[in-house]
Design a protein around this ligand. Sequence first.
Ligand code: NDP
Length: 229
Amino acid sequence: MTYQVLITGANRGIGLEFTQQYAQDGWNVLACCRDPQHAGALQALAKVHANIRILHLDVADFAQIDALALQLKNEKVDVLINNAGVYPESSLGDADTNDWLDAFKINSIAPLKMATAFTAHIANSELKKIATLSSKMGSMSDNTSGGSYIYRSTKTAVNMVMKSLSIDVQAAGIAVVTLHPGWVQTDMGGSNALIDTKTSVAGLRKVIEELNLSNTGKFIAYDGKEIAW
Ligand code: NDP
């Protein structure tokens, strides 16, 4: 059985590493990115792995999400990974409203748009899983340092969105997990981050592998530990 995974923001960082690891393991990878022409690292990876298909998708453009779902209507998606995300800087007195609305669109609303547009593809698949990259920074319980209004609130929002989704798609046999990847060395995480993408993604893939209807609707870190909302 060959499984198929769809990954958003697959051109760099954590998304690129997901693409590499799943392709290496023989999965078919639908690697989505908003600028395939300039996705050099992903293009190079696809040259080595014939099971990677690069697809154009800006997740902030909901019409594009629907169009892609239609284009792939005869295909199954075993695992949907909502990975694309943005981190606009913000602090008390300095949180740009447009940045905030854009971040909500990308970090909070797009994951649900993806899940709804691809529900049939996922429900028809063997594994039936949706995984969304959130962040511990979206955890109420973990917030002891304040700040980062935009990023934190968009990740808190996606946590709730995914919780509701987990309940609503349970009858279709689809399991949902919200993920914290750790503090990871990427453009977003920066070079001081604690772990590399390889370690993070290996852990996240294990969490996704262990996801099923009995543990759906949880918020889990790359090391398998559950995170308090
Ligand atoms: P990067 O900044 O390295 O990469 C972000 C990815 O998201 C890029 O591929 C980017 O594409 C893509 N993206 C952004 N906006 C859009 C859009 N509108 N449409 C399609 N793709 C888009 O981030 P990471 O790899 O570090 O993060 C991946 C996920 O993990 C994010 O959701 C992030 O919030 C989360 N996370 C990361 C942590 C870390 O320490 N790194 C910690 C906690 C959570 P493009 O190249 O076109 O900009």
